[in-house]
Design a protein around this ligand. Structure first.
Ligand code: PMT
Length: 402
């Protein structure tokens, strides 16, 4: 069974008799590890109550586009960004037509336009409607745009007809959704990812550190595993659980992180430095707790080695990707860091905005390499991670000039 750990699935339910099966689908998605939020169209609410899906998903169900109360909670754009996948089940003929036309006349179609996440549809309709040339044209246009389809299945229909148009069974839909994240792009490669902050001890109870939560690095580890890579996290102190199938090695200080990375790097193909490593450490660690003394004290700090630069400069160095956490002139500083540190690629993120970057669930970034760049629009860290991994996979196979 494929999994959806750490995945946010936005489930859209439109108005067809199969809407009752969406209750079971919520369960199936959760069993695979997903967090689920639900949008229901007006038609869907004729078949099943929002209360049922709210109770099952554990989250309020979203129904209206122009609802001030709901917008104060999680607004439609935020909802669209939250999603790692927008799954619409059942997707009626009318909804498919509106998606194909790019309409945004209710919350669900607006979210479909506003989300950078992949879109998967589980069509459900009468067999004659499914075979109608209008539906065929709409489905073919959506498929060309990269929309994923699961089903429909064929068989006895609620209206008494027999043929294609039944919504696929919830376990089949949940499995297809989970498989979407297993792209095999990095099958056979070995990746090391550094994540989280480092702690530089001052005395037995105090340290210097920063606000990195590890979320970006752990999302990258999940994306790397989904892409089929053998993945190792070298993680500073964070409160996150490592994704399944990821080897996680915990370290505290920049010195320990360097030591661990150098030990592992000869056995790796791709190195991603996402950790917020302290540039400096106290010149000496006091053996006893430092006592309160004068009004002002001076700390003597010494420079830490630059881990990613050391890795990139080594013999047979792996494909090396750094991050640049900047507060101003982001792209220029990032490009300069990429050159100075000898990196193949760098992910520039603006950490002056508290809604992205450090300790947020979202990020936005520009990925730079020697001859190109790609902007990654604001989205969940797992979507950003998947996009970074896709770019790395192309570049690592020689598909870009790096
Ligand atoms: O952990 P989160 O809360 O999810 O936040 C994510 C993040 C903001 C920490 C992440 O997206 C990010 O930007 N990571 C890099 C943070 C950083 O230290 O950036 P920097 O510009 O100071 O360093 C540039 C690069 O050198 C980075 O790849 C860094 O890992 C590396 N470095 C820095 C210093 C050092 N001694 N060794 C290093 O390897």
């Amino acid at each position: 069974m494929a999994h959806l750990f750490n995945r946010n699935v936005l489930l859209g339910v439109s108005g067809g008799i199969a809407a009752y099966k969406s209750a079971e689908l919520v369960r199936q998605l959760q069993e695979r590890g997903a967090s689920v939020r639900v949008i229901m169209t007006r038609g869907a609410r004729e078949f099943i109550t929002p209360l049922t899906l709210q109770a099952l998903s554990g989250n309020p169900v979203h129904t209206e586009l122009l609802d001030t109360g709901a917008e104060q909670g999680m607004g439609h754009i935020e909802l669209a960004r939250w999603a790692d996948l927008l799954l619409i089940a059942p997707a009626t003929a009318d909804l498919i037509a509106r998606l194909s036309a790019g309409r945004a006349d209710d919350l669900l179609t607006t979210a479909a336009l506003a989300t950078p996440a992949p879109l998967m549809l589980a069509p459900a309709m009468n067999q004659q409607m499914w075979k109608d040339p209008a539906t065929i044209a709409n489905i073919s246009q959506l498929s060309e745009r990269g929309v994923h389809l699961v089903g429909p299945a064929a068989g006895q229909q609620a209206c008494g007809d027999v043929g294609p148009g039944r919504m696929e069974a919830p376990p089949v839909i949940a499995e297809a959704a989970a498989r979407l994240f297993e792209n095999g792009l990095l099958a056979g490669t070995r990746i090391i990812i550094t994540a989280g902050p480092t702690r530089e001890a001052l005395d037995p109870v105090r340290y210097l550190s920063n606000h990195s939560s590890g979320k970006m690095g752990y999302a990258l580890a999940q994306a790397a595993v989904d892409a089929g890579a053998t993945t190792t996290l070298v993680s500073g102190p964070v409160s996150l659980t490592p994704p399944e199938h990821v080897r996680c090695l915990r370290v505290e200080s920049a010195g320990e992180m360097l030591e661990k990375c150098l030990e592992l790097v000869p056995e790796c193909d791709i190195f991603i430095a996402c950790a917020a490593v302290a540039d400096y450490r106290p010149a000496a660690i006091e053996q006893q707790k430092i006592k309160k003394g004068p009004e002002q004290v001076t700390l003597h700090l010494v420079r830490n080695s630059d881990i990613v630069a050391v890795v990139a400069a080594g013999d047979n160095s792996p494909f090396t990707v750094g991050f640049a956490a900047e507060t101003n002139d982001v792209l220029n500083y990032a490009r300069d860091k990429m050159q100075r540190k000898g990196l193949d690629m760098i992910v520039a993120n603006d950490v002056s905005d508290p809604s992205i970057g450090f300790n947020s669930d979202h990020n936005e970034a520009t990925v730079l390499w020697r001859d190109g760049e790609q902007v990654l629009a604001r989205s969940s860290k797992s979507t950003i991670a998947r996009q970074i991994v896709e770019l790395i996979a192309v570049a690592n196979k020689g598909g870009m000039c790096v």
